[in-house]
Design a protein around this ligand. Structure first.
Ligand SMILES: [Zn+2]
Length: 93
């Protein structure tokens, strides 16, 4: 039986999260995540990390920093518009 199964079985029996964590030898946050994932029928969410660039508590990679980089890139790559610039070349004597 995996720890996940132990957690879910104990939960079905009405055991408190703190007790489950103690019995299964895992962190309370892990118990919460396992139960939440089971409820939503989804994968266990990985633990959130602090982004080294912006300091937000996020799931790596940081979506905010990726978006920021994307923005900077498009600004750099933008071709300058020659509005108001004469077509005839100007010669400086
Ligand atoms: Zn970030």
């Amino acid at each position: 039986m995996t720890k996940k199964e132990v957690i879910l079985q104990l939960r079905k029996q009405g055991t408190s999260i703190r007790n489950i964590a103690w019995k299964a030898g895992v962190a309370k946050s892990y118990v919460t995540r396992v139960i939440k994932a089971e409820k939503e029928n989804s994968q266990i969410q990985p633990r959130k990390k602090r982004c080294p660039e912006c300091g937000r508590l996020i799931l790596m990679p940081c979506a905010a920093c990726l978006a920021e980089k994307e923005k900077k890139l498009t600004i750099k790559q933008r071709i300058p518009l020659n509005i108001g610039v004469s077509d005839t070349p100007i010669f400086i004597a």
